[in-house]
Design a protein around this ligand. Structure first.
Ligand code: NDP
Length: 294
């Protein structure tokens, strides 16, 4: 029985984090300053809180200064935007991340538009996304989750150029930008979504599959082409009474089945998740470097 290579996102992320840590030290020796990242949390959603904690902790571990901005749920849009402006003006802050989703009374787009594109380490400002979409232009930052997918492929020695890639999902945060990154890397890209008929046969054509739908274990083993590379962005909570929290994370891919068919596959947890955080640190480092070298 064939077994796919499991792409160890946790280990690759650890390698990148130690590379970043070395670079942070060099910057600090050269400029007497370390990179700074503001992680803004509005309200107290449990999932957002745990993502934010992971990001803040990851900063500290590589020597990036973490500016923890916790804002009550009832904040007005204008007040939140004022906070963003304050962070834009703070020279010690090189990156600003506003954890999504925001409470429903706040216009997400209005807030994201106000983040300085030079500090948009999440890469989600429409100007950065727009440049990502255009030939011959480069955004200042690429979105972290999508960048994580490409980095996992390249660090596993999987080439993208000329390959058939299928992305399942078209969200602003994952599906769309990962499609644009694959296109920039010269893949032939198909974007599938909830209105796509015949999803299985589309996926079966793909050399590279990126799953980002939010449906646990949706992609089955017999949907996947022999030896394909499967990157699972899905992070879904499925009930598991044996787990401390009552839930465990599950990907969009039926890992046990897909393992038997695919050439490479990322696990959940331990795949795209830790790499996404590593890419956030990398973007922050790159933003700080750009600023300090000016
Ligand atoms: P969204 O809900 O915003 O988007 C889901 C996308 O999948 C939509 O485009 C939707 O289509 C499509 N979709 C849903 N169901 C199906 C289906 N049955 N067949 C085909 N397409 C489908 O989710 P996100 O993009 O924000 O997140 C996707 C997953 O990735 C989630 O599990 C999330 O937790 C995870 N995630 C992981 C991150 C990481 O760092 N590892 C970062 C961000 C997200 P349509 O547009 O037609 O509605």
């Amino acid at each position: 029985e064939k077994k796919a290579c499991i792409i160890d996102g946790k280990a690759i992320a650890q390698t990148i984090r130690s590379e970043i840590s070395t670079e942070v030290k060099l910057l600090s020796e050269k400029y007497g300053k370390v990179p700074g990242l503001a992680v803004v949390l509005v309200g107290s959603r449990e999932d957002s809180q745990s993502y934010v904690n992971l990001k803040r902790k990851a900063c500290v571990e590589v020597g990036i200064k973490s500016f923890n901005v916790d804002i009550p749920e009832q904040v007005s849009e204008a007040e939140l935007i004022a906070k963003v402006h304050e962070l834009n003006a703070n020279p010690d802050v090189h990156g600003i991340l506003v954890q999504l989703p925001l409470p429903s009374h706040i216009g997400e787009e209005n807030v994201m538009n106000e983040i300085s594109i030079e500090k948009d380490v999440d890469g989600l400002h429409p100007m950065n996304i727009g440049k990502l979409a255009m030939k011959g232009r480069d955004p200042l930052f690429q979105p972290c989750g999508p960048k994580a997918c490409l980095e996992l492929l390249s660090r596993s020695g999987i080439s993208v150029k000329g390959k058939k890639a299928v992305v399942v999902g078209r969200s602003n945060i994952v599906g769309l930008p990962v499609s644009l990154l694959l296109l920039k890397a010269d893949a032939t890209v198909t974007i599938a979504h909830s209105h796509t008929p015949g999803l299985e046969s589309i996926i079966r054509e793909a050399d590279i599959v990126i799953a980002a739908t939010g449906n646990a274990h949706m992609i089955k083993g017999d949907w996947v082409k022999l030896s394909a590379a499967v990157i699972d962005v899905g992070t879904n909570a499925v009930a598991d009474p044996s787990h401390r929290t009552g839930y465990r994370p599950a990907g969009d891919v039926d890992f046990d089945q897909v393992c038997k068919v695919a050439g490479w596959v990322t696990p959940v947890p331990g795949g795209v998740g830790p790499m996404t955080i590593a890419m956030l640190l990398k973007n922050t480092l790159d933003g700080a470097k750009r600023k300090m070298e000016q």
